[in-house]
Design a protein around this ligand. Structure first.
Ligand code: ZN
Length: 324
């Protein structure tokens, strides 16, 4: 049974009819379609899709970036910096995590007292559900949904907040994805987005050269390539980043074809290598990688009825806005 607070904001993605609990899931009173609800997950898409690489990635690196499973608190720092929200801002709110993956930010929002709809297109939703349960959250407070941004089972103008961190650029139409999410937020509610920024600096990043080829490769080929690149270049990257200060970091960033990650001064070699492998695969394998400029983001949010649009002072393009 889907709990009442969630049912109140759900709707049939096909016809916008009212959904009610039935034995196998929820059923639309208008068109009679039943959407299965099993093992804590509401399914509105049937099979794998362009997000397959993310399904693999988030199931493999199940808890790597989860604050509940390490001591770096990196996801909490990112969440606060990119959304501008603090503890009390989310308390009692119904919040969408748009593109939740395996739930690294879902757990932060839950911890801050929100009721969360964690939505993703990939089969990472399964890991998201088990991760939240294992981190001790009750599924009274969250609902995991597998759906596309273009057909979400959520009512327009119904949510207190929505956030989507690192996701829009990986959809086939980032503007439409943003509009669909923006439509779900209620008046006086707010939205927070973090995306890859379109600017001259992106051309210093190896990924956009590699991606001209890798976006056509299979998930398995990209995985093998990411393993090869990480094993080959990580030792040098570690050395440069750890012992050569800013020049070392710059050389590593511009010349080495891996996504070097060391998110905390206490992070050791092995963890740093795992995070680097994760993000190297994350750079090379997505079907879509369409960065967005600040101007575009502001324009799209304005067109969706948002005001008080603010860019956060943090790496990447993080923007927060209020719905009129
Ligand atoms: Zn319907």
């Amino acid at each position: 049974m889907i709990k009442q607070w969630a049912l109140d904001v759900l709707t049939c993605p096909k016809c916008s009819g009212k959904l009610t609990n039935v034995q196998e899931g929820v059923q639309c009173e208008q068109c009679a379609i039943t959407y299965p609800y099993q093992n804590g997950i509401l399914r509105c898409v049937e099979m794998d899709n362009y997000a397959e690489s993310f399904g693999f990635q988030w199931n493999f690196f199940k808890k790597t970036q989860h604050d509940s499973a390490n001591e770096y608190a990196h996801s909490t720092r990112r969440f606060k910096a990119e959304t501008g929200w603090e503890e009390n801002d989310l308390s009692g709110n119904i919040v969408l995590d748009g593109g939740c993956g395996n739930g690294r930010f879902t757990e932060i929002a839950l911890k801050m007292g929100a009721k969360v709809i964690a939505l993703d297109l990939s089969n990472a939703v399964e890991t998201c559900y088990s991760n939240m349960s294992e981190a001790g959250f009750s599924d009274e407070d969250f609902l995991v949904v597998q759906a596309s941004f273009y057909e979400m089972p959520i009512k327009e103008n119904s949510l207190d907040k929505a956030f989507t961190l690192g996701v829009l650029q990986h959809t086939p139409n980032p503007r439409l994805s943003l509009e669909k999410i923006a439509a779900l937020v209620k008046h006086d509610g707010d939205i927070a987005c973090w995306v890859y920024e379109k600017n001259w600096k992106m051309w210093m990043d190896y990924r956009y050269y590699f991606r001209t080829v890798t976006k056509y490769l299979s998930k398995n080929a990209n995985w093998k390539l990411s393993l090869f690149l990480t094993h080959t270049f990580f030792p040098l990257a570690w050395f440069l980043n750890k012992y050569f200060g800013f020049p070392g970091k710059l050389i590593s960033r511009v010349f080495l074809p891996i996504a070097f990650r060391r998110v905390h001064s206490s992070m050791g070699y092995a963890d740093s290598k795992t995070w680097t492998l994760l993000d190297t695969f994350d750079n090379l394998s997505p079907r879509y990688d369409l960065p967005i400029s600040e101007k575009e983001m502001f324009r799209w949010l304005e067109a969706s009825g948002f005001t008080d649009i603010v860019r956060q002072n943090t790496p990447g393009l993080a923007v927060k806005a209020l719905k009129k």
